[in-house]
Design a binder for this molecule. Structure first.
Ligand SMILES: Cc1cc2nc3c(=O)[nH]c(=O)nc-3n(C[C@H](O)[C@H](O)[C@H](O)COP(=O)(O)OP(=O)(O)OC[C@H]3O[C@@H](n4cnc5c(N)ncnc54)[C@H](O)[C@@H]3O)c2cc1C
Length: 357
């Protein structure tokens, strides 16, 4: 006998992890995806298991990232071998997760968009709903908080490019520049294909990201490469005040969960999807936000402080820090251990900010 009916809206990482966890916990699960699982993904496809919780993805891995090349005032190299960071093919990974969910009994309905009116109806049909429909979530349309995402998001643009990326074998590249707080990336998926994009965490009025990306493509010598896909997207970097609406729980981007430092959100999507299903199973839905914060709170707080530090101290200071880390040939390992280091680091960052004021 099942424990009851759970509906998941959205077949991205948050929805798939939520559906699998709910099925594991003996719920009867239905997942609605507006398109097809694994299609129309907007992502650079770096899977950073920033809290060492998830481990290597079960499918779709292209390579474990060995080093990160950073372009600042000079070009630096940082050893990434101790870090849980993989380049993946999200389509392959999500298709695998969809099939796994189906094998566990999840009913998946593709090409089935859920409108706000549908959500009202589903609320009556299912005991619980996990809204993992990304940005802008169906719940935000029904309850009127779409503007929250617009006001609290990083802005990105990306090309998927074909050309010779063999010089980046098992490496990814990130670049910082003086005129914005954000970065650009070249994340190769193999010798011939890479995701090339840029994002700003605090959007400056008048900045045309598409022009910036064109400039970066030129600067990195990719002008003759072929653009296979081009898109932009928002990365929500703040959690709404409420994350439970009646019997609906938000997860993943719908819940504002991308890193306030680098906009990565795959890991947070998986973790929040699992946590949402767990609190439902344990009859602790009112404690969902606290439960989530227990796991990710230190990371988010530390990353937000680091971003503020970067934004206030600017390019020169950040470049000097990266230079120092590259000399030590180490990734700033404290970023991967936020629970252990965040309190001391946040105090240090605050003191440094004050010392400048
Ligand atoms: C350009 C760019 C690059 C990025 N690069 C990285 C990166 O390298 N690493 C990283 O960790 N993160 C990255 N991110 C962030 C990452 O993509 C997201 O945080 C992650 O996809 C969130 O997963 P999700 O399941 O919450 O939402 P999504 O992946 O957006 O999935 C939502 C799903 O819901 C479906 N859906 C939407 N509306 C409805 C509806 N009404 N009814 C039914 N289904 C619906 C969609 O079709 C989709 O399948 C990047 C984001 C952008 C924009």
């Amino acid at each position: 006998m099942t424990k009851g009916k759970v509906c998941v809206v959205g077949g991205g990482p948050a929805g798939l992890f939520a559906a699998i966890e709910a099925a594991k916990r003996d719920f009867s699960v239905t997942l609605y995806e507006m398109g097809e699982i694994g299609e129309n993904i907007k992502c650079a496809e770096g899977f950073l298991d920033s809290l060492n919780i998830l481990g290597e993805p079960e499918a779709g891995v292209r390579f474990k990232v060995r080093e990160m090349v950073v372009r600042g005032k000079e070009t630096y190299t940082i050893d990434m071998s101790p870090i849980n960071l993989w380049m993946i093919d999200r389509k392959e990974w999500q298709k695998y997760l969809g099939e796994k969910a189906q094998r566990m009994g999840v009913e998946i309905s593709e090409n089935h968009p859920i409108s706000p009116d549908d959500l009202e109806r589903i609320k009556r049909e299912f005991r619980w709903i996990i809204d993992a429909s990304g940005i802008f979530s169906v719940t935000s349309k029904l309850y009127g908080f779409k503007h929250f995402y617009t006001a609290n998001s990083g802005v990105t643009v990306q090309y998927v490019m074909e050309g010779d990326f063999s010089c980046l074998k098992e490496r990814i590249l990130a670049g910082i520049e003086p005129h914005y707080t954000g970065y650009y990336w070249i994340f190769p998926k193999g010798p011939q294909i890479a995701n090339v994009g840029m994002g700003v965490l605090r959007y400056k009025k008048g900045m045309v990201l598409r022009n910036e990306l064109e400039r970066i493509v030129e600067k990195e010598g990719l002008k003759s490469y072929r653009i296979l896909r081009s898109f932009g997207g928002l990365c929500p970097i703040a959690i709404p005040g409420r994350i439970v609406y009646d019997n609906i729980l938000l997860a993943g981007d719908a819940c504002g969960l991308t890193s306030p430092l680098h906009c990565g959100g795959i890991d947070l999507a998986c973790i929040s999807g699992m946590t949402a299903a767990a609190v439902i199973a344990e009859d602790r839905v009112s404690g969902y936000k606290d439960e989530l914060w227990k796991v990710i709170g230190d990371k988010i707080t530390l990353e937000r402080e680091l971003f503020e530090f970067w934004d206030s101290r600017g390019y020169d200071t950040v470049d000097a820090l990266i230079r120092r880390f590259s000399r030590k040939k180490k990734f700033p390992y404290f970023l991967m251990n936020p629970t252990k280091y965040s309190r001391q680091l946040i105090l240090l960052l605050k003191a440094l900010k004050l010392s400048r004021a």
